[in-house]
Design a protein. Structure first.
Length: 373
């Protein structure tokens, strides 16, 4: 709720109009790669849910035709999950592995950057062939932040940039806040929302023109725009998964995987990745971390997979992060995009599930090739 409110504040006050002006292009394929690239990089710094919200808001200002926009939105889900997989702060699961010492900062970036990139680049290449010619847009979108009555009612250009930097820049620093203080991430997000609230109130009181429009730009009014059905839907999924964890079902499944496949890193993690498209990846990773301990660097060859930055931990981070893209309900990014763009489960299953699975396997193959040398 905090992240969505912050993004709504930035959007309602013209922050994303400032960004979209620099991203604008009428070439469909060029825009696809721009969106994928920015989402991939941002999700390595932000969590994938926040990145998806930010990019969905920008996308609405760039693409007006719904069928085209849905293709871009689907790629945002894939790029957000892939980008978070190679960063120690890009996803909850990578943070868990990083804090415990299963992976190091340099190790996870060097080992997983290329596989993560390939996992989204392959689907993007396929989707790009569906996007032909130029977008159905006009020059009005480029000048929207200047010409739109809604944007005229917002802050000055400097004010919009300031709100954007405070909102999005603050979200980037939330993982650092969590690491330094040990406090839950929501504390940092709520603190950031408080700062943004104070700043916007001061700006409104200094600008007489905005006083007449305060109902539209104040945080108290913007709170009513939050998409609560999406949040409640995601909460329901977490409750269901929590029930599986409390009854011991997930733990038993982990033991069965270990006994059946004798600790094979590729097979176990490949299955965990597919499962993460249905079951939240956090309890899956927690179960895997509970089954295995970190082996010392001088361990026997059979245990090298479980040393810091070993194949098992790297693949666990990659598979749990990117596997959630196979179904739209498999990640926070997917659930958020599902709510913001009104994407149905069946539509995503038909158009993106196979693409996500192909990218998922391609990334694992690239990781295997990396380890041949």
């Amino acid at each position: 709720m905090g992240a969505m409110t912050i993004v709504e504040v930035v959007d309602s006050n013209g922050g994303f109009g400032f960004v979209s002006r620099y991203l604008h292009t009428t070439h469909a394929r060029v825009l696809l790669w721009e969106i994928v690239g920015i989402t991939f990089v941002l999700s390595a710094l932000l969590d994938n849910m926040t990145t998806s919200i930010v990019m969905a808001m920008v996308l609405k200002k760039l693409v007006r035709e719904r069928k085209q926009r849905l293709l871009y939105a689907g790629m945002i889900v894939l790029a957000a999950n892939s980008g978070g997989a190679f960063s120690p702060i890009g996803d909850v699961t990578t943070i868990m592995l990083w804090i415990r010492g299963c992976v190091s900062t340099s190790g996870i970036i060097l080992n997983l950057f290329l596989p993560s990139f390939i996992s989204v680049a392959v689907p993007a290449l396929i989707v790009s062939y569906r996007l032909k010619g130029r977008l159905e847009t006009t020059d009005e979108i480029v000048n929207e932040e200047v010409d739109s009555p809604q944007e005229q009612s917002a802050f000055s250009r400097g004010g919009r940039v300031a709100i954007f930097l405070i909102g999005v820049g603050g979200l980037v620093l939330v993982p650092l806040f969590h690491t330094l203080t040990g406090l839950p991430p929501f504390v940092g997000i709520m603190g950031l929302l408080s700062i943004l609230w104070i700043v916007t109130e001061l700006m409104i009181r200094r600008n007489e023109r905005l006083l007449a429009l305060e109902k539209k730009v104040r945080v108290a009014s913007i709170l009513r725009k939050i998409d609560m059905p999406t949040i409640l839907f995601f909460l329901g999924i977490l409750f269901a998964v929590g029930a599986l964890g409390e009854t011991g079902t997930l733990g038993q499944l982990g033991v069965w995987l270990n006994d059946t496949f004798a600790g094979d890193a590729y097979t176990i993690n490949g299955i965990i990745g597919v499962m993460s498209s249905v079951v939240d990846n956090v309890p899956l990773v927690a179960s895997a971390m509970g089954m295995y301990s970190i082996a010392p660097s001088d361990a026997a060859a059979v245990m090298q997979n479980f040393c810091q930055d070993g194949d098992f931990w790297n693949l666990l981070a990659y598979c749990a992060g990117t596997g959630g893209s196979i179904l739209i309900i498999g990640s926070a990014a997917g659930v958020v995009i599902m709510g913001l763009e009104r994407i149905s489960f069946v539509w995503y299953l038909r158009h993106f599930s196979l693409l996500a699975f192909i990218g998922y396997l391609a990334g694992m193959l690239v990781y295997w090739f990396q380890n041949l040398w």
